[in-house]
Design a protein. Structure first.
Length: 133
């Protein structure tokens, strides 16, 4: 059997449900950010409308999870830390963001192994984004 015939491992994007799954997750993530008291500090550093933030996050996650590179195609290289330097991100903002991520993932992704594969990477990313003591 050639390598072309070998079954490929589905990407995290595919395991999450592709475009529909990532969209469902990002919608829940931003709904939580808007309503959860635990996310108040994180919500406060976002614009009044979360529509654009949600779309950018959807585009980023699509590529980050192994799906279409929407963010790169539309906005260039993510360079997340550089893009967020003007936004104060301390422990409270980071914790609120991680809270929303964890909860949205728990509510929209039934596969515990998939959640376990994603969360440690997201927690490291969130820590990397901190730019305030």
């Amino acid at each position: 059997m050639s390598t072309d015939d070998a079954p490929s491992t589905p990407s995290l994007y595919d395991r999450l449900g592709g475009e529909a799954g990532v969209r469902r997750f990002t919608q829940r993530f931003y709904a939580l950010m808007d309503e959860a008291p635990e996310a108040a500090a994180c919500r406060a550093v976002h614009p009044e409308s979360l529509v654009d933030s949600e779309q950018k996050f959807f585009e980023f996650l699509s590529g980050w999870l192994g799906g279409p590179q929407l963010f790169v195609e539309r906005r260039g290289a993510p360079m997340l830390r550089a893009r967020h330097l003007s936004t104060p991100i301390g422990e409270d903002e980071k914790s609120g963001w991680v809270f929303c991520f964890r909860r949205a993932l728990a509510e929209t992704v039934a596969d515990a192994e998939l959640r376990a594969a994603i969360l440690p990477q997201i927690e490291m990313l969130a820590q990397h984004m901190r730019n305030r003591g």
